[in-house]
Design a protein around this ligand. Structure first.
Ligand SMILES: Cc1ncc(COP(=O)(O)O)c(C=O)c1O
Length: 420
């Protein structure tokens, strides 16, 4: 059974001030985890994690991660603006986008971000959008898609079927073009995994990039400053899964680095990552209350949260552990479909899950909702996005995003046009 950073009494105290549903993040655990990641790569001078803003686009969480010098991996205009607002400008931003609109390239350029090209045609798009007078000091990067050269991953699928990145041949051409245009600072990026729990997959990805840096440097004369091995480190959503041992990943990548980059006598390379899930995922919880128990062909526990608060179960059939504070050891159990109130039959947080016997009013905690959780929210059925709270290291709680109101929902509508 999952150990929570709060008990029933504390949660009831929080819920008295911020009505359920809400997301709550554990600041202490996020900080400890950030330290673990940095320690695992302390052998690499210049190592940097660029937190994938899309995973939890909350400036208070981004600011907390900035304490550890985490940059921001942005993929859209809003994410660029969030990064700027927390003081992550310049090379603290990695702009890894795809199918990118011109105004986003322009904003990334204005902010001095590292621009990561998803496609060879995007080089011309950047030139058109920015019309740069000089590339002095500017860093460019290309996203590699290894296609059949790398095995598939459960969520992203087979690289050759993924829309992201350039082929190996296109990389050689793109770096040569950029160099000819006057770019002098380069990196190389890939992101081939999502929610991957096998450390060897991540280590092999780094090795693949190291080998490619050696080949690209030899053929194009480009000197690389960094490789970005992407995000995609998984978390143990299921009780039988093991968290990835970050120190093992760090050691494996260090060995690969020595055998490739160091052995080839290439200039030292910085290692970048852009993880989201493994940074905040296990340390965020969706807290909800049972509204109804319904007994028809199955037993249903209807919550006041729905898939607009956490759509991973509906979208991917994902498993999220559910804890019922105060009833952990009650012994009496039943099997439930745990549902929300959307008019969609896949609005279920769990299907046929054995849980302590539930009653209306019970608080339930849906675990591992700290990444790609609140962020994926939507307003279908007129559902409003819930609040986000931060449980500080001293046990106090702070609102880091208020809940939406009906006024927010209607804010883009002009009702006056209906009046006659
Ligand atoms: C380009 C890119 N980088 C980083 C991430 C973060 O992935 P994760 O949260 O699995 O680490 C994603 C996830 O969608 C992504 O698309």
């Amino acid at each position: 059974m999952r150990k929570l950073p709060f008990d029933k009494a504390k949660l009831e105290e929080i819920a008295a001030r911020w009505p359920t549903p809400f997301h709550i993040y554990d600041a202490k655990a996020i900080r400890e985890n950030a330290k673990r990641l940095k320690k695992a790569f302390s052998w690499n001078k210049g190592f940097r994690e660029y937190f994938a803003v899309k995973a939890a686009p909350n400036p208070h969480l981004m600011k907390l991660l900035k304490e550890f010098d985490f940059g921001s991996d942005c993929s859209s205009m809003a994410e660029l603006e969030l990064a700027a607002k927390v003081g992550n400008a310049g090379e603290a931003i990695m702009f890894t986008s795809n199918d990118t609109p011109a105004d986003e390239f322009r904003r990334a350029w204005e902010l001095g971000a590292i621009i990561n090209l998803d496609d060879i045609t995007h080089w011309e798009s950047v030139l058109d959008a920015v019309r740069p007078e000089s590339f002095e000091g500017r860093v460019f990067c290309c996203r590699y898609n290894p296609g059949p050269l790398k095995g598939g991953n459960a969520i992203i699928g087979k690289p050759e079927e993924a829309k992201y990145g350039m082929t190996r041949a296109q990389l050689f051409e793109c770096y040569a073009k950029m160099k000819a245009a006057g770019v002098t600072r380069f990196g190389l990026h890939t992101m081939v995994a999502s929610n991957e729990l096998d450390p060897d997959y991540i280590i092999d990805t780094a090795r693949m990039l190291f080998d490619l840096v050696a080949a690209l440097s030899a053929e194009t004369g480009v000197e690389f400053e960094f490789v970005n091995i992407g995000g995609g480190i998984g978390i143990p959503y299921r009780p039988d899964q093991q968290a990835m041992d970050l120190s093992m990943v760090g050691e494996g990548i260090e060995k690969a680095y020595k055998e490739t980059i160091a052995a080839a006598g290439l200039k030292p390379l910085k290692i970048f990552m852009e993880c989201g899930r493994c940074i905040t995922g296990p340390y965020g919880y969706l807290v909800s209350r049972v509204l109804h128990i319904k007994n028809t062909y199955r037993l249903y526990a209807g919550l006041d949260a729905c898939m607009s608060n956490l759509m991973r179960p509906a979208l991917y059939g994902a498993y999220h552990e559910i804890v019922v504070p105060g009833k952990e050891d009650c012994g009496e159990t039943s099997v439930y479909d745990v549902t929300g109130s959307l008019c969609e039959n896949n609005d279920k947080f769990a299907i046929q899950r054995m849980l302590p016997v539930l009653a209306p009013g019970d608080l339930v905690v849906i675990c591992d909702a700290g990444a790609h959780g609140h962020a994926m929210g939507f307003q279908y059925n007129g559902k409003l996005r819930s609040a986000e709270l931060l449980l500080e290291s001293d046990g106090s709680v702070r609102e880091i995003r208020r809940a939406e109101t009906l006024d927010d929902y209607f804010a883009t509508l002009d009702f006056s046009a209906l009046e006659d």
